[in-house]
Design a protein around this ligand. Sequence first.
Ligand code: GLN
Length: 490
Amino acid sequence: MNLTFASITEIADAVKSKKVSAKEVAEHFQNRIESLDGRLNSFSSKNSHAVHEAEALDARIARGEDVGPMAGVPFGIKEMFCTKGLPTTAGSKILENFVPPYDSTVVARLKKAGIVVMGKLNQDEFAMGSSNETSFHGVVRNPWNLDCVPGGSSGGSAAAQAARLVVGTLGTDTGGSIRQPASFCGIVGVKPTYGRVSRYGIIAYASSLDQAGPMVSSVKDAALTMEVISGFDNHDSTTTQRSVPSWSRHLKTDVKGMKIGLMKEYMTGGLHPDVQKTVENSIETLKKMGADIVEVSVPMTEVAVPVYYLVAASEASSNLARYDGVKYGYRADFKNLSAIDLEEFYSKTRGQGFGKEVKRRIMLGTYCLSSGYYDAYYNKAGQVRRLIMNQYLEAFKKCDVILSAVTAAPAFKIGERISDPLTMYLNDIFTTSTNLAGLPGMSVPFGMSQEGLPIGVQLTAGHFEEQKMLDVAYALESASPVKGKNPHVV
Ligand code: GLN
């Protein structure tokens, strides 16, 4: 069995039927991480107990216990997710020594399903970024071209998955952080409907937008992972009571008669020619498969980026207020603590603990929320957000799934945009409106640039319509011209 390219189900079945031990699987991927990650920097820390935990799983299998649908499947977890006993830094110095005493709901559910956590994955600091260049743990490199960014903020997840250092990874998506790096690294990334997946134990960036999801190598693996992590959670009152569908079992490539919406506002040109071609190819493919192409319009998406940055920064400024150096996390070095006034304590600790981009967002958000500006910025952004959602709801009366580019261009060079925040924020032009409207969205690999960089296609569906979106992705995947292509690093 070729473990490196095996799917989640293939690994789990082989482990459960004792064709291979969970220990062998864990060792195989541990060796890959050791020999390849030096070039990528996708792991921020490794789980030194991984092989031992795999052995414990083998022992349970030997005793005839039911170990779950993901028995022995090696996973990498983004730094945003609390993992009991493993560092959870959010890519920030301010949490450099933080080791949570509990698992986030998502991680607890995956563990119950049998995964083996191989380690934590690098990301932009507090998930703020589109290039994985703002991490306290350093830049992550794109396995397809080591001079390029892997995208962000879940850049470590995307790079590790594309290089097959693990069989599955988790990411978070507040404004595109699962879909954009998935596109840049040629993997499948899904952001579920807001409320589908519990946020309990995930470090909060912008709570009304944050959602966790799988970043994996196939649509089926994504559907399976979503089944494990989704569903109501007592610890998160925003999770839905709806039951979790068996997406993976219902997956079909038959898209005959399905209505694929092309958003007028997203089809205005300005795309990199290779991205344009990838989108056109995907439309042609779906047409040939019998899908109907219809035009839809969501005019307000034009302002999605500014609205997103107002909402996200405001919520971030409030969420990040908890990092004060008192209860946990980094504290500036004070010789004589009793002689320090509180303001100095906070400002020195936070001044040293947060990176530049995070400070920029905190200041922007604090400004938006301050009296006198609250109505003009935060409130107004909330109102426009509602309009964006209403327009989407109208659009989904005419189509099942909306298809578009994920980003205007493929992965860019490391260092190219980091000193220009506005250019960096424009990366999020096609992804943020999905979060503002609370809709599910995903990226599926469908093209390759002239330079050999992967390009994904974005699919968005109505609230809780993940099945439709996954089906279209499954159809595209089955006909993808880049199927089976892997980066050189592998
Ligand atoms: N690039 C966006 C930002 O910097 C999205 C990040 C995310 O989805 N976490 O906020």
